[in-house]
Design a protein around this ligand. Structure first.
Ligand SMILES: Cc1ncc(COP(=O)(O)O)c(C=O)c1O
Length: 395
């Protein structure tokens, strides 16, 4: 006997990609370049190493699931600086919960906020389409019905809030937004966030803004959900997610946080006491330092600028090239993403992700990821330039 609800989940994008490429050998004589996964390759800032060493003995203790107070305070200070919040807006005990990477919190959030029924019907979880697949995993597991909101070129790559029917909003328990968005790199401006928060409050659902890529941007820092909510005098009905994986090129640290509505945080924290792995204390010491230091983040942003410039030089205006406002992905237009992924692996030894694997087709053939490939610019600028030259020569 298995849970038929989770049988609804297709295979995760990376096993799907492995199956797609199973019978394709990478082009001989070329060093393979993997652009399929959003895993920064810069390595952890060196200043974290002595902090982990100094706390080494703490690996011998169970870490607190709520994280050590030093980490929660460092996160509250970072939020206050980054989003110019008034002192005291963020209470490290009530408004912040460290996570073992944001993925686990994004998955678990629906279990905390989706009720059994919503206004007499099955509750809905809204998400952009295409989207980070973990949203779907959490929503399906919580027994919700999923509503996929097109986030296409026609909608500025974010869901069109005005197009959501009131009958849908009345049944909504949770709405995931992603800004800067994965995969398209679109940034929700303050007016957009204000409108989304207003909907969450009018219809009393939770708005979850996944801001994992908030620190990877070209020009202006993307506005944040808490910044906009705080200006209304309340953090009610909103939570935001942030991660060290992208900001600090530390995906292996598994460290992020959720912040916002204290009621949601209270329930989620209780749930995590039952389910979650607390982050090891030496890792929390490194995380505390990383939220307290900006030089390495600025250097990171400069590196991404150089990578996008290298890509722009080679790709020019082909494949619908756009330098995204945020994040580190290129979302390129092609005829058939799966077939292009096979060609690029076989002929150029470059691994890319078909957009199809990041989207959903509500009626079977309307997956908005079809006709796209996603490229993660996670290698150094020279390698990115080399990958782009191979792609341009092959397609
Ligand atoms: C949009 C988005 N959210 C969340 C995550 C999870 O990041 P982590 O669990 O490393 O914090 C990712 C990782 O790729 C992502 O792309």
């Amino acid at each position: 006997m298995l849970n038929d609800a989770v049988a609804e989940l297709s295979d995760y994008p990376f096993p799907r990609l492995a199956a797609l490429l199973k019978d394709v050998a990478p082009a001989p004589g070329l060093a393979p370049i993997d652009l399929s996964m959003g895993e920064p390759k810069e390595g952890l800032p060196a200043f974290t190493r002595p902090l982990i060493d100094a706390a080494f003995a703490e690996f011998g203790r169970y870490p607190p699931v709520a994280g050590p107070p030093e980490l929660r305070h460092a996160i509250a200070r970072w939020l206050t600086r980054r989003y110019r919040l008034a002192a005291g807006t963020i209470d490290p005990d009530r408004h912040v919960a460290p996570l073992a990477g944001t993925r686990e919190g994004l998955f678990m959030l629906p279990l905390a906020v989706v009720p059994r029924a919503r206004n007499g019907a099955k509750p809905l979880v809204l998400m952009p389409n295409p989207f980070y697949q973990v949203y779907k995993g959490g929503a399906v597991t919580a027994g919700a019905e999923l509503v996929y909101l097109p986030a296409t070129a026609a909608t500025g790559f974010l869901p069109d809030l005005a197009a959501i029917p009131p009958a849908v909003l009345a049944r909504t328990a949770l709405f995931y937004l992603c800004s800067p968005s994965n995969p398209q790199g679109a940034v929700a401006d303050a007016a957009y966030l204000r409108a989304a928060i207003a909907l969450a409050r009018t219809y009393d659902f939770t708005l979850a803004v996944d801001e994992c890529y908030a620190e990877i941007y070209d020009e202006a820092p993307p506005p944040g959900g808490l910044e906009v909510a705080a200006a209304t005098g309340s953090l009610g009905n909103i939570v935001v997610f942030h991660s060290l994986s992208k900001r600090s090129s530390a995906p292996g640290l598994r460290s992020g946080f959720i912040a916002g509505d204290p009621e949601v945080l209270r329930v989620l924290k209780n749930l995590r006491n039952y389910s979650a792995a607390g982050t090891p204390i030496p890792i929390c010491a490194a995380a505390t330092a990383l939220w307290s230091e900006e030089t390495h983040v600025e250097a990171n942003r400069d590196r991404y600028r150089a990578k996008f410039a290298a890509a722009a030089r080679v790709i020019g205006n082909r494949f619908g090239f756009r330098r995204p406002a945020g994040g580190f992905f290129l979302w390129l237009e092609v005829d058939d993403g799966e077939s292009v992924a096979r060609t690029l692996w076989g002929k150029a030894a470059v691994k890319v992700l078909p957009g199809t694997y990041l989207g959903h087709a509500p009626t079977g053939d309307d997956n908005p990821g079809d006709g796209y490939i996603r490229l993660a610019l996670v290698h150094d600028a020279d390698t990115v330039g080399e990958a782009m030259r191979r792609i341009a020569a092959t397609l």
